[in-house]
Design a protein around this ligand. Sequence first.
Ligand SMILES: NC(=O)c1ccc[n+]([C@@H]2O[C@H](COP(=O)([O-])OP(=O)(O)OC[C@H]3O[C@@H](n4cnc5c(N)ncnc54)[C@H](O)[C@@H]3O)[C@@H](O)[C@H]2O)c1
Length: 252
Amino acid sequence: MKLENKVIVVTGAGSGIGAASAKLMASSGARVIAVDIDLKKAEETVAEIKKLGGKATARQVDVTQFKEVEDLVKQVVKEYGSIDVMVNNAGIGGKNQNKTAEHTLEDWHNVIAVNQTGVFYCMKAALQQMMLQGVGNIINIASLAGLKPSGNNLSYSASKFAVVGMTKSAALEYGRKNIRINAVCPGYTHSSLLDQLLASRPDMVERLKQMIPMGRFGEATEVAETVAWLASDSSKYITGQTITIDGGTSLH
Ligand SMILES: NC(=O)c1ccc[n+]([C@@H]2O[C@H](COP(=O)([O-])OP(=O)(O)OC[C@H]3O[C@@H](n4cnc5c(N)ncnc54)[C@H](O)[C@@H]3O)[C@@H](O)[C@H]2O)c1
């Protein structure tokens, strides 16, 4: 995958899919800005990238704060001259796995703020810059839960259906401006998000594996491969799409 010198911002780059994507793209020549609410974790990703000879810097940003997102874009442009690719990956799962009547207001507000409003803020700020550049590429990390009902996690499902909708709506608006916008929809993928959920509900492990035609959970590096491909010019005629990486789970 050729990403030579592309300036790529990855949110939630301190862990899981974001960290794997940041590392893979840096190893393909990109200059990566690893963004996370947890600066220490973003710095760990950057240290691993640098150890392998890649280029990266870490930034602490909470994607639920528009001012922080705007400042991030300004700083990156000041330092690097452009933002070629924005990967909107930061996301949370919510604390409770309950039916809708018991879904907590806390989970609703927190999950929507990060997964939905955060993606909107990052798209808005990146698009303003990409319009000035006359070119751009946005990759939103949605989920299988944004394509199919999953149950017992209404805010997560709502937020991910929203990410798919925002991706398609914005792709329609910006195609003629030479800006591509796609979504990646991972199925059950090993990361702190999934592993914490499974640790709290060990009964779910075998039940979920039964639902996956390939019989195993995905790896963050497998999602990263698709993110890197979408970031590259190899996918340059693709926009407004959702690409599902789920070992066949969506076939049910
Ligand atoms: N792991 C899965 O099975 C799976 C499946 C489908 C979709 N996804 C999606 O993939 C994305 C990455 O998830 P993951 O599994 O790698 O999770 P993860 O918990 O390993 O990583 C998420 C990262 O986002 C950061 N983050 C959280 N809130 C933030 C905020 N407000 N601002 C900036 N950074 C913030 C966290 O600190 C963390 O480093 C999420 O959008 C998630 O919904 C994951």
